[in-house]
Design a protein around this ligand. Structure first.
Ligand SMILES: Nc1ncnc2c1ncn2[C@@H]1O[C@H](COP(=O)(O)OP(=O)(O)OP(=O)(O)O)[C@@H](O)[C@H]1O
Ligand SMILES: O=C(O)c1ccc[n+]([C@@H]2O[C@H](COP(=O)([O-])O)[C@@H](O)[C@H]2O)c1
Length: 190
């Protein structure tokens, strides 16, 4: 099977993530998309990063009724911070029957040269990129491993959702109802 990997902190998962993942699983040659929950992003310093298990649980709840989206906890068992090349190497060994590809926004394609062993990533993996406003121009866009898609976008971020919850704003529809129920029941991001 050809599996697209969408890496993220998912702090929390929101409809922006789900729209991208579902588009990639249905409108490209990918068969499935795995949302890989990163315990610690190597390039981000959070002060409000909640427990990895709660982030994982919300991602699972959000994708429970999908046949094409799955959640992977593989990075919980790997050294931190989570370097994508290391996770890819691990997955390739563990699932030799699958072909793995990467999914990322054009913002990440611009910063890809800062990632660990990025040349190896480009050499060995296909990358499906969705455009993000302000990040249209990067020479990597024409790299043979890169496919630029026409994904519909929803400019929403987990940062905005966390801040909104802290300000007691109603974030219904930014996250699936079941995720909102989880956040409220555990008093997250207050
Ligand atoms: N609204 C969105 N549309 C498209 N891609 C998104 C959107 N929000 C996040 N992404 C992408 O999803 C992946 C996982 O993102 P991440 O979990 O860091 O979410 P985030 O909303 O950007 O979080 P934060 O605001 O906490 O930094 C990243 O590749 C990121 O670029
Ligand atoms: O491997 C790296 O060097 C590397 C550097 C920065 C980010 N990443 C991965 O990219 C994912 C999305 O990053 P971000 O900054 O858009 O949230 C993150 O969860 C990491 O798995 C990976």
């Amino acid at each position: 099977m050809k599996i697209g990997l969408l890496f993220g902190s998912f702090n929390p998962i929101h409809v922006g993530h789900l729209i991208i993942a579902n588009y990639m699983a249905n409108y490209t040659t990918l068969d499935k998309v795995w949302l890989v929950v990163s315990p610690q992003n190597p390039l981000k310093k959070y002060h409000d990063l909640i427990n990895t298990y709660d982030r994982l649980e919300m991602a699972k709840l959000a994708t429970d009724n999908s046949t094409k989206l799955e959640v992977s906890d593989v990075e919980l068992r790997l050294p931190q911070p989570s370097y994508t090349i290391d996770t890819l190497t691990h997955l390739k060994e563990k699932y030799p029957q699958h072909e793995f590809a990467l999914i990322m926004g054009s913002d990440n394609l611009v910063s890809l040269p800062k990632w660990k062993n990025y040349k190896l990533i480009l050499r060995d993996y296909q990358i499906y990129v969705y455009p993000r406003p302000g990040y249209e121009n990067t020479e990597l866009a024409t790299h043979p491993s890169v496919t630029i898609t026409m994904t519909p976008l929803m400019e929403l971020s987990a940062t905005f959702i966390r801040q909104s919850i802290a300000q007691k704003k109603n974030v219904q529809y930014f996250v699936p109802d079941i995720v909102l129920e989880f956040i409220e029941s555990k008093h997250l991001y207050r």
